[in-house]
Design a protein around this ligand. Structure first.
Ligand code: MRU
Length: 354
């Protein structure tokens, strides 16, 4: 069964959410060990997002919501007005952790709006209200991913094989994943679906995380290096490509883990349908096209010394964009909780984004 990478654990069983803390899988420790970490401190939560202990667009949004709660829950003797200011400050700090996944910013906007709307509440009631909102972000994601799973599974026949890039599975969301949700749903429906997982350089989310979680769930998975995808497609092994997204512009251009654009080009060359799977919380209808999506740049050490040993000369210049943008023209469909959007995405995404 899919795993739950992040949860809020209330301190007692009175039914109140506060005080509580975050419990998350430290994804940097996979696949060597399944290690959980607990935190209730804003610095630790920012570090966990920045260092990819929690990662994947929906999970980052969930962590950010909980981060605001953690930041204000232990502030004693504050008026409601002061708590609203503190919640805003925490949100501003969390917003600096990673720039590409829009789920982070949408979750923070929701938390700020919830705080502002709670101006007439007593301080403790406001804290509890913010905690409920953070739980709602998580619950809504769980429901959206389930629905993505059933829409996506309608495209899969027994015995088919999909290729995926990075990790858009349980580990990247509340529980069920986006690109991998249809695989779990299809398995529940008794279909046998095989997955090829790209290793996903440089941080290996495909081999460390996707291969791990699919094996845990008993799904048939084969790992390939990123540079093998063309050959695997040419050999006729792939029926469709399913990937996640970090931000989808109004015209359907979709940002996802670096390398996704290349996979989309390969899929087009081999006449294989390429699908993006993401909840509407990943849509950014304020951006006309993908050229406006901010692309995170990561440090050189992740490429030079990413696998426990040095694999490039000291001092070499490195360029390391963490995401790329697949143009809408290469995408056969965008699968969200409300259905499968088809081109022209300018129109279909607007209808899906109710
Ligand atoms: O850098 P990461 O590991 O956070 O990148 C994650 C991805 O690119 C995922 O494919 C995307 O966030 C979708 S998660 C459902």
């Amino acid at each position: 069964m899919p795993v739950r990478p992040i949860e809020w654990i209330p301190e007692d069983s009175s039914g109140k959410l506060i005080p509580g803390h975050i419990r998350m899988i430290d994804q940097t420790s996979l696949p060597e060990g399944l290690k959980h970490i607990e935190m209730d401190n804003l610095d630790e939560i920012c570090e966990a997002i920045r260092m990819l202990r929690v990662r994947g667009a929906p999970a980052i949004g969930i962590a950010a919501g909980m981060g605001v709660v953690a930041a204000i829950q232990n502030l004693p003797d504050r008026t409601t007005e002061q708590l609203i200011v503190e919640a805003g400050r925490a949100a501003d700090r969390l917003a600096l952790t990673r720039p590409t996944a829009v789920n982070l910013f949408k979750a923070l906007d929701r938390m700020k709006a919830t705080a502002a709307a709670g101006a007439s509440l007593a301080p403790d009631a406001l804290k509890e209200r913010l905690a409920s909102e953070a739980m709602l972000i998580l619950e809504e994601d769980r429901e959206m991913c389930r629905r993505i799973g059933s829409h996506g599974a309608s495209l899969l026949a027994d015995g088919q094989t999909i290729l995926t890039h990075c990790n858009a599975g349980s580990l990247a969301t509340s529980e069920y994943g986006t690109a991998l949700a249809p695989i779990y749903t299809a398995a529940e429906q008794g279909k046998r679906v095989h997955v090829y997982a790209d290793e996903t350089r440089p941080l290996l989310q495909g081999s460390r995380l996707t291969a791990w979680e699919l094996m845990q769930a008993g799904i048939d998975v084969t790992l390939i290096c990123d540079n093998m995808a063309a050959q695997v497609m040419k050999e006729g092994r792939i029926d469709a490509v399913f990937v996640g997204a970090d931000r989808i512009a109004a015209n359907g251009d979709s940002a996802n883990k670096i390398g996704t654009y290349g996979v989309a080009l390969l899929a087009r060359a081999h006449n294989i349908p390429f699908y993006v799977l993401a909840p509407t919380s990943t849509f950014d209808m304020t951006l006309k096209s993908g050229s406006e999506i901010p692309i995170e740049q990561r440090g050189p050490e992740e490429i030079i010394c990413g696998m426990g040993r040095q694999t490039a000369p000291t001092g070499v210049r490195v360029y390391s964009p963490a995401f790329d943008v697949t143009p809408a023209s290469l995408i056969a469909g965008i699968i969200c909780e409300n259905g499968i959007a088809r081109p022209d995405f300018g129109t279909s995404l607007r209808l899906m984004h109710k």
